[in-house]
Write a protein that binds this ligand. Sequence first.
Ligand code: CP3
Length: 351
Amino acid sequence: MSNSKIFVDACLGKETPYTPVWMMRQAGRYLPEYKAVRAEAGNFLNLCHDPKKAAEVTLQPLDIVGVDAAILFSDILVIPDEMGMDLEFIKGFGPKFNDPIESQEDLDRLIGGEEAASKLTYVYETIKLLRTQLDERDDNIALIGFCGAPWTLATYMIEGQGTKTYNICKKMMYSNPELLHNILHEVTQVVKYYMEKQIESGIDVVQIFDSWAAAIEPGMYDEFSWKYMVEIADYLKSKYPNTPIIMFPKGIPAFIEQGKVYGNFDVFGVDWGTPMALAKEKLGDKYVLQGNMEPCRLYSKEATTECVESIAKTMKDGRHIFNLGHGILPDVPVENAIHFVKECQRASKRD
Ligand code: CP3
């Protein structure tokens, strides 16, 4: 059934009538309808834990903005939360873990593997609800499930919060790499089961977000992040060869330029700091490319159209999915997001 979905077809490199488009963070605070449901839920985590409401906000951008794929509404940090790290979202501050991992003993106290993944029942319930609702719509919209890359998750688990310098995890990287690898290994195992259960519950496509890839020096990126993402992709491909996988490592142009990208996945997500032409030259033969408009261009319709046309031109004879080069920001006017989506669909139309 999923074969008839334009987004799935594009992920698999098949020709489509136009290049499908979606936006990272498309279900979020720039939509008044999202803010209304979040207010009803009380807070962001309650919303993630409520399958009916989470399904509702997942579908909002389809009708309001016109995107070609839905992304499950959840957060990457539900994984460390269910491993026992007690996640909080503090207004105006962001995510916070009160007892970050400092030692092997701290890691040993956490719940691992399938046991942790089994606790995320609210995510699987949301996916099952969405599967039914999407099938009823009969518009062949695909559902993207997702997870954080082990490295990006580990940065929060070690620092306890977002960070500009990554000094605590980098101290561990250079002075106690064994502990960092043990953390990355544990998280990788949970994520494998988690994504397997997401697929079993009904998602069509997997995206792995390595949002903080750029924090690692290029020569060490494979060792501390990419190889773990590839391990997750290998595991999923061995069991579900027909489910497309998108890898999104943000901010690693040197790794791309040096030809170091490898692995069994379908789509490479290009961030906005990497020229699409470079990604195409280095990766376009092997992978479908997704991306990559600078999200702040959404503040101007002219700047949006200019960029969409330029990307469409670069990717005219290539395999492509339109997206932003990172998430949409909360103060973007909804009409500009609609404009972006329409322009992507127009500029890539094949006759
Ligand atoms: O893309 C989507 O629409 C699906 C939902 C989604 C959310 N988070 C909802 C969310 C997805 C895919 C994520 C992934 C995520 N979460 C990432 C990787 C993607 C990226 O943007 O790089 C990261 C690093 C996180 C961690 C996270 N979650 C942070 C740092 C924050 C706070 C920062 C902020 O924007 O406020 C969140 C909260 C969060 N996750 C919100 C949403 C809609 C905002 C919460 C709110 O409604 O107040």
